[in-house]
Ligand binder design. Sequence first.
Ligand SMILES: Nc1ncnc2c1ncn2[C@@H]1O[C@H](COP(=O)(O)OP(=O)(O)OP(=O)(O)O)[C@@H](O)[C@H]1O
Length: 308
Amino acid sequence: MPAVELINISKSYGATPAAREVSLTVEAGELFGLIGPDGAGKTTLFRILTTLLLADAGTATVAGHDVVRDFRAIRNVVGYMPGKFSLYQDLTVQENLEFFAAVFRTTVAENYDLVRDIYEQLAPFKNRRAGALSGGMKQKLALCCALIHKPTVLLLDEPTTGVDAVSRQEFWHMLGTLKARGITIVVSTPYMDEAALCERVALLQEGQVLRVDTPDALRQSYPWPLYAVRAAHMHPLLQDLRAYPDTHSCYAFGESAHLSLAHAAPDAAARLTAYLTGKGHAPVVVAPVAATIEDTFMDLLAQQQPAA
Ligand SMILES: Nc1ncnc2c1ncn2[C@@H]1O[C@H](COP(=O)(O)OP(=O)(O)OP(=O)(O)O)[C@@H](O)[C@H]1O
């Protein structure tokens, strides 16, 4: 039995489609990522799975329970960390945790084992109001609150958005520990580096699933010869690369431009260097690079756009 299954789920808000015939299966114990930019439909899918929103069409189950028929059962097996801060700002750390335990008719003591590692980091601040915690600490407390009733499936909506790099890293380490305890985790993120930390990911755009696969398979499926190109000035570099006759696509990627060519050629880098030097760029560095998940995502997005 899959831990999460969506079959042809569609949902619109008025004329805005937020989910378009989404079908996905997450296996028990998997760490699965929903990857997509703002507005891709990630929150909508979480709200349908947590029984807070009804789909217009399609069916969905969590731990075998139907999201419409068995909504009460789902609320007991799911731990949900919504994207927006979900805690009571005026309650202390300890009071928040006790409150969420009480809602699920359990106690912190009864389930402490599951949250111990995370809560110990919060313990020095247990009497501080949640509203006065740092972003990383709020995130840890929200995770504790989502875990306090021992869910089998954890749904985390952009848990690391707006959180510093160290806290993000710690958070992903915690997810690895929870996965090792057999908890199924579905996590959404707009960060491509976090996609690489999932076992499988679904790439989402405008309510549609573009592809579901492992991070490795996504990287390896990239079909074009790809180069990282550097020169002193990014803007004119991008303009000249886009005008290069063999360019398939070109976009800024950190401090480089990522350029894919329509054809592979052994002397492609040398020809490109000569072309850019002729356009007055200096110093020019052209190096072949392996595609990242972001490159694959960009390529899938380009396939969605009608040709100009
Ligand atoms: N309550 C609502 N009323 C109208 N439109 C909505 C509502 N909620 C979401 N939308 C729209 O539905 C689409 C999907 O939104 P959703 O919040 O599910 O995406 P998301 O990937 O979670 O992005 P974000 O990180 O911005 O929340 C977007 O176009 C959004 O503007």
